[in-house]
Design a protein around this ligand. Structure first.
Ligand code: GUN
Length: 284
C-alpha cells in the first residue's frame, strides 16, 4: 500500500482562506484591520525570502504588513528600542523579529521584550508556557502547523502513541505538548535516546524534527502510521527531510513530503496567529 501524501500547500491555502474570512469579518463588524510588523536585521538572503513570503501571505489574507529593515551593524539597544516602539503601536497586533540575528546581537532579550500577546511566532516563554498548560492561544507556527496536518489528514489523535524525534524549543518540545493536549500518549526522543528504531516503530503518529538527512528509515515506520516530516536538509543531491520518504511511504497511512509538507504551513499559521492577536485586543 502507498501512503496518502499530505498536501501541505493545499492545506495551507485552505487555512489562509479561513483566515481571510476572519480578517474580512473583523474589518466589517469591528472596523479592525489586523497588522503584522516584521523586523529584519541585516541582509541574510534566506531571511529576506522568508520575510517576503510573510508579506505576500499578509497581502493574500488582508492583513496589513509593516516591514522594518535594520542594517547588519545595528546595536542591541536600537533593536530593543524598535521592539518597544512596535509593542505600543495601535495598528500593529503581531510582531516578530526574523531569526537568526547577526552574531553580535543576543536574541534572548529581544524575544523577551516582545509583548507576549503580540508574539505571533509563539517563541516567548509565556506562550510556550501557555502551550504547556493547554491554553495555546499563540502556539509557535511550525508545531501548530504539524497538528493541523495530522488533523486534516484524518488521523485520530485521542489515545494514539505519538513519537516526536527532536527536542528543540522551537519544534520538538512545543509539538509534543500540543500532541499531549490532543490526548496522545507522547514520547520525546532525541540524540541520546536508546533503541530509537524500536521507539519509532511504536508510533501511530511520528513527528520527525531532528535536522538529519533521511535519518528515519522505512522499517522504523509502523504500518498505518501518520508521518510528519519537519526536516529541511539541503544536500548535494537536493532537499530532503528527516524521513526516508520513498521507503516510509510503503508503510505509512499518510506522510508529508519535503518540500510541500510542513514548510508551507508555517506562514499560514503565522497568519492565523496574527488574526488571533488582533481579536485578542478586542477582548480587553
Ligand atoms: N527564522 C526561521 N524561521 C523563523 C520563524 O518562524 N520566525 C522567525 N522570527 N525567524 C525565523
Amino acid at each position: 500500500m502507498t501512503a496518502q501524501v499530505i498536501d501541505g500547500k493545499k492545506i495551507a491555502a485552505e487555512i489562509k482562506t479561513e483566515v481571510a474570512r476572519g480578517v474580512a469579518r473583523l474589518k466589517e463588524e469591528r472596523g479592525l484591520t489586523p497588522g503584522l510588523a516584521v523586523v529584519l536585521v541585516g541582509e541574510d538572503p534566506g531571511s529576506q525570502i522568508y520575510v517576503r513570503n510573510k508579506e505576500n501571505a499578509c497581502a493574500e489574507v488582508g492583513i496589513k504588513s509593516f516591514k522594518y529593515v535594520l542594517p547588519a551593524d545595528t546595536t542591541q539597544e536600537r533593536l530593543m528600542d524598535l521592539v518597544d516602539e512596535l509593542n505600543c503601536r495601535e495598528d500593529v497586533h503581531g510582531l516578530l523579529v526574523q531569526m537568526p540575528l547577526p552574531k553580535h546581537l543576543d536574541p534572548t532579550p529581544v524575544l523577551l521584550a516582545i509583548d507576549p500577546n503580540m508574539d505571533v511566532d509563539g517563541f516567548h516563554p509565556v506562550n510556550l508556557g501557555r502551550v504547556v498548560v493547554g491554553n495555546a492561544v499563540l502556539p509557535s507556527c511550525t508545531p501548530a502547523g504539524c497538528i493541523e496536518l495530522i488533523k486534516r489528514s484524518g488521523a485520530g489523535m485521542e489515545g494514539a502513541n505519538a513519537v516526536v524525534v527532536g527536542r528543540s524549543n522551537t519544534v520538538g518540545k512545543p509539538v509534543a505538548m500540543l500532541l499531549l493536549s490532543e490526548n496522545c500518549t507522547v514520547t520525546i526522543a532525541h540524540s541520546k535516546t536508546r533503541d530509537l528504531p524500536d521507539i519509532c516503530r511504536r508510533a501511530d503518529i511520528l513527528v520527525a524534527a531532528v535536522g538529519v538527512d533521511r535519518m528515519i528509515k522505512g522499517d522504523w515506520i509502523k504500518d498505518g502510521a501518520t508521518v510528519i516530516d519537519v526536516g529541511m536538509n539541503r544536500t548535494d543531491e537536493g532537499l530532503f527531510g528527516d524521513v526516508d520518504f520513498e521507503a516510509a511511504s510503503k508503510r505509512a497511512r499518510a506522510i508529508t513530503p519535503v518540500p510541500g509538507g510542513v514548510g508551507p504551513m508555517t506562514v499560514a499559521m503565522l497568519m492565523r496567529n496574527t488574526l488571533t492577536a488582533a481579536e485578542m485586543t478586542l477582548q480587553g
